[in-house]
Design a binder for this molecule. Structure first.
Ligand SMILES: [Fe+2]
Ligand SMILES: [Fe+2]
Length: 240
């Protein structure tokens, strides 16, 4: 376990107060807000909205619509905060800043979508958890607001994967999707010697190292895939 670095600044309670914060702190906050704004939007566009058409029945479509609505909502909230702290609008869209590689997976089936919610939204929960005590309170509050929805998305993935695994054919399709999607996820937590992560911890913006988060993720993913679904988690490559 990594020691939690004490925040080197008093908590910053409003977006307006951020202007008076040290440059390194402001840059770090802008990086996180920009990244969430871009990736929540891109994920909704390439995974959640197209999944409505893949959902096999009206009940599944209804819940998938809710997931898509909430993911677009996350973008809207982060973008609004971004505007308040002076991030140019163009930088908060996938055309202005490159989205994360986890979205490069070409979604084609309902099983793949359920696995993405099971595992990628678990990864997102870990990221949001790390912001729950963030020294910049508008970001901490956004994380607290977003968390119940991310938990719902991960639960959605768990419930539908469980249902799919009731038949042998379904189990094979879920396992196949895990085999192809899971290897993209460990890199989502960033490099082991990330300079950004060091700055985030220095200022009390984030709590944990990328490696701590990755290890926690692997443990929680293994519990879901192996203990709960009784499937196999592929070997994870160590990060650089
Ligand atoms: Fe989200
Ligand atoms: Fe989500």
């Amino acid at each position: 376990m990594t020691e939690i670095a004490p925040a080197k600044t008093e908590p910053i309670k409003t977006a307006e107060e951020l202007a008076a914060a040290p440059e390194e702190f402001r840059t770090a906050i802008r990086k996180i807000v920009r990244s969430h704004a871009v990736n929540e939007l891109y994920g909704a566009q390439v995974f959640d909205e197209p999944a409505i058409a893949l959902a096999p029945n009206p009940y599944a479509k209804w819940l998938t619509c809710r997931v898509a609505m909430e993911e677009y909502g996350h973008h809207v909230r982060f973008r609004e905060l971004g505007e308040q702290i002076g991030i140019p609008m163009a930088e908060m869209t996938p055309s202005g800043k490159r989205p994360l590689s986890i979205f490069e997976f070409p979604l084609k089936t309902w099983e793949e979508f359920c696995v993405i919610k099971l595992l990628a939204d678990l990864a997102e929960i870990l990221q949001v958890e790390d912001l729950l005590h963030c020294a910049f309170h508008p970001l901490r509050n956004l994380a607290r607001m977003t968390m119940p929805e991310e938990r719902f998305h991960a639960q959605f993935g768990k419930d539908f994967c469980t249902e799919l695994c009731a038949t042998e054919e379904g189990r094979q399709r879920v396992q196949d999707a895990i085999d192809r999607y899971f290897p993209m996820l460990p890199a989502f937590f960033g490099g082991s010697r990330s300079a950004n992560n060091e700055i985030f911890r220095k200022w009390g913006i984030k709590q944990r190292t990328n490696d701590d988060m990755r290890a926690d993720f692997l443990q929680r993913a293994r519990a879901l895939v192996e203990d709960h679904l009784k499937l196999k988690l592929p070997e994870a490559k160590a990060a650089a």
